[in-house]
Design a protein around this ligand. Structure first.
Ligand SMILES: C[S@@+](CC[C@H](N)C(=O)[O-])C[C@H]1O[C@@H](n2cnc3c(N)ncnc32)[C@H](O)[C@@H]1O
Length: 205
């Protein structure tokens, strides 16, 4: 089931069409992703806890979807988490879980409304992938994290190899961020028909 939904979101022709495809998927997203063994939230959570002290706040879950990661953040000691997503339908499911402070309907790649340095950390899982968001989404994420804060991303290998790694190297050379960690490649949906190799990335502002 997840594969046919993924085909629809990967094949979207515009951010609005992508958001609409996620609206349609939102009710069954959690169970579909459970069936394919979706791993990004667990990897993102592990990376964040390694680099950000418990109690740090607030955190922005960028492309929060239905809140699979947000629910875990509170459990491990990050009490204040905001959700941002392009899909109102996904945000409504996230809202029903009572794990986020604020909800922001917004598009990564566009200017965000947050002040500079608002967040102790940004986490974004399953978003830097085929047909979703590329390096154009990074500048604003860098801006809204405070100096010394942490950015945790999952990045699909095809995106990573198509300019993402080069962009990060330039950002590092320009002292915008420092790369703390890049994981070995892992399968994001190991029980699915398409395993989608990805890396987890941790940056320090
Ligand atoms: C595969 S889901 C991942 C959701 C959640 N982070 C997770 O790991 O379960 C991708 C999410 O990114 C959102 N998204 C895609 N493009 C976006 C954009 N340009 N700005 C904000 N959200 C976006 C989608 O609406 C969807 O909720």
């Amino acid at each position: 089931m997840a594969e046919s939904k993924l085909d629809a979101v990967y094949g979207a022709k515009s951010p609005a069409e992508l958001a609409s495809a996620y609206d349609e998927w939102s009710a069954s997203y959690d169970s579909d992703m459970g069936e394919v063994g979706y791993r990004h939230p667990a990897v993102g959570l592990a990376l964040l806890t390694r680099h950000l002290p418990a109690g740090s706040e607030p955190i922005l879950d960028a492309g929060a979807g239905t809140g699979l990661l947000g629910g875990l953040l509170g459990t491990v000691g990050y009490p204040v988490v905001d959700a941002l997503d392009a899909s109102p339908g996904m945000l409504e499911i996230a809202r029903s879980k009572n794990v986020y402070r604020e909800f922001h309907h917004a598009f990564l790649g566009e200017r965000l409304t947050f002040e500079d340095g608002t967040y102790a950390a940004v986490v974004s899982t399953g978003v830097f992938t085929t047909g979703h968001v590329g390096v154009e989404g990074l500048t604003e994420l860098f801006r809204v994290v405070r100096p010394g804060g942490v950015i945790v991303l999952s990045v699909k290998m095809t995106v990573w190899d198509s300019g993402f790694a080069d962009y990060l190297a330039q950002a590092e050379a320009g002292a915008q961020v420092r790369t703390l960690e890049v994981t070995p490649s892992y399968a994001s949906m190991p029980a699915g028909a398409v395993t989608s190799p990805c890396v987890g990335v941790v940056l320090r502002r």
